[in-house]
Design a protein around this ligand. Sequence first.
Ligand SMILES: [Zn+2]
Length: 263
Amino acid sequence: MNINKKLIDFFLLIIGVSISSSILAQKTADPLKGKKVLFVYGGWEGHDPELTRDIFVPWMRSEGAEVTVCDNLDCYTDSALMNNMDLIVQTWTMGKISNEQEQGLLTAVKRGVGLAGWHGGLGDAFRNNVEYQFMVGGQWVAHPGGVIPYDVHIIDHKDKVTSGLKDFHMHSEQYYMHVDPNVKVLATTTFNGDHAWWIDGCVIPVVWKKMYGKGRVFYSSLGHVAKDFDVPEALEIMKRGIRWAAVSLYEEPEPWINPVYAD
Ligand SMILES: [Zn+2]
């Protein structure tokens, strides 16, 4: 009797372990599957909001996401919509956001909804809004020389977003950003003095991840125009970052604090 019970317990344990590992495998394999995504686009036209929408929205749908596309910031005030979302992807350069719109966005991310974006669409939006910048973890301030050749250096080879990727070359705007020195930086770029002699040798983050409350926040400064995503590494980094942020509500927050000025 006792032996039988032990055997049953053992088999139940095996079944339990295999079910949970298959759920885990599914989660890792298809993070966007069944996820509800709000894609918000607009702002300065020079950053190709429509063309980049046409890169990322079809791709997210092909990964199984249910994407709501929105061309205005009032979506952030629709609490029924926001409460239903898993991830927000925003490309909205400069422009102005009202208090109510900003609160809708901040509240959702703080509650655990993921946020992902690139270049000025996330890192140079709403210049007057410091709480928004606190959430993103950085703000664009200059791109000396405009569109120039530069290199992106992968500094984290273990993180899923950058693992297996090698350093690569861009011909675009090299974003000089003011970045929160506690975010987890995955890739950087080094400036030369060709266009601003005093920044020769300066190292600035290109890709980072962080949390805002319970929400995962992912940023890449690559993507001045849609064509920049023809660079396979630039596109791959953004896709992986979106996948990472998409499971914000479902996975444990990962360690992200990486202070630059700690001893
Ligand atoms: Zn730009």
